[in-house]
Design a protein around this ligand. Structure first.
Ligand code: DON
Length: 309
């Protein structure tokens, strides 16, 4: 078995040399300002080690990676009742597509496309003021990452809120079917703030470790979710975590993963490690180009694909 630190360092060196880095997201104006030359990687293993390389300590906008944490919170709040309001099937459409919602009567395909994530946020919001719901999401992530310094980038939140016309349309459309309990602006307000949480690769890999560790942090005694729930969240990440690029990600990387348009990806190696990669340039599906390439190389070098070495 190759040395993990050597593999992680080698991947960061190779990614630094890559010329073809994809395009940064521009539909959220603040994200368009991020330097595409950056790449970070962190691998958090179950023995509490974290192997980092490249720009692993630089905070970036986690965007849709936040959907893994809000899904965990929503399942904790309402359990399987969530599945009455959101499906568990890959969408085959872009993350902000509206067409499927009409066919499926306002019930989004899965919790990771934007429509599904808005329903999940609506569930997390229940019984709270928006400010309290945002606080509970942030506190949960800080607790998972064991790092109180994690914060929301208010500039990114404002930038998204000012241009969130598609998400507003998705939320309003679901509201017309009765699948949104709160006013559109309220659910959307919480959603843009969860997406604007800034984290480093080290923090993100640490926060995701419970999904690699059977739902708990066995070294600390913390149980976050049951093993069954962790397994199911991982299954959704594998089948839906990269939108209409999920099949290709499974083919190339072979791990549950969740991407964000900030260029971050959280990938889970069940029973072994939680991996965060970040590079702001995206492929045609809105997923990090170099992040995916790096995970492909890591999974291959370590024999970590869930489908076999
Ligand atoms: O709702 C949006 O469009 C963004 N806040 C998040 C989208 C996203 O990260 C899609 N992932 N690749």
């Amino acid at each position: 078995m190759p040395d993990l630190s050597d593999v992680v360092g080698g991947i960061a060196d190779a990614m630094a040399r890559e010329q073809h880095r994809g395009d940064v997201a521009t539909y959220i104006p603040e994200l368009a300002k991020v330097d595409p030359g950056q790449f970070g990687i962190a691998v958090a293993t179950l023995d509490d080690g974290v192997h980092v390389a490249g720009d692993a300590e630089v905070p970036f906008s986690i965007q849709s990676v936040s959907k893994v944490f809000t899904l965990t919170l929503a399942l904790g709040a309402v359990g399987d009742a969530l599945w009455r309001r959101v499906g568990r099937e890959p969408s085959g459409n872009a993350f902000n597509s509206i067409v499927q919602l009409e066919y499926e009567q306002g019930v989004p395909r899965n919790p990771f496309i934007n429509a599904g994530a808005l329903v999940v946020t609506d569930v997390v919001l229940a019984g709270h003021q928006p400010r309290e719901a945002i606080g509970s999401i942030l506190r949960f992530i800080r607790w998972l990452a064991d790092d109180e310094s994690i914060a929301i980038d208010e500039t990114v939140a404002r930038s998204e809120a000012g241009t969130a016309y598609r998400n507003m349309a998705l939320a309003a459309y679901m509201k017309s079917f009765g699948n949104l309990a709160h006013p559109v602006e309220m659910t959307l307000g919480v959603y843009v703030h969860q997406c604007a949480i800034a984290m480093t690769c080290r923090q993100l890999a640490t926060a995701g470790r419970f999904l690699a560790d059977g739902g708990g942090r066995l070294s600390t005694g913390h149980r976050v979710v049951s093993p069954e729930r962790a397994r199911r969240i991982n299954a959704l990440m594998l089948t839906c975590g990269h939108y209409d690029g999920s099949g290709d990600f499974a083919f190339r990387v072979g791990l549950p993963g969740k991407s964000g348009v900030g260029g971050g990806i959280l990938a889970i190696v069940p029973g072994r490690a939680s991996v965060a990669v970040w590079s702001p340039g995206l492929n045609q599906h809105g997923n990090s180009l170099l992040g995916t390439l790096a995970l492909e190389r890591l999974a291959k070098a370590m024999g970590w694909s869930v489908f076999g070495p």
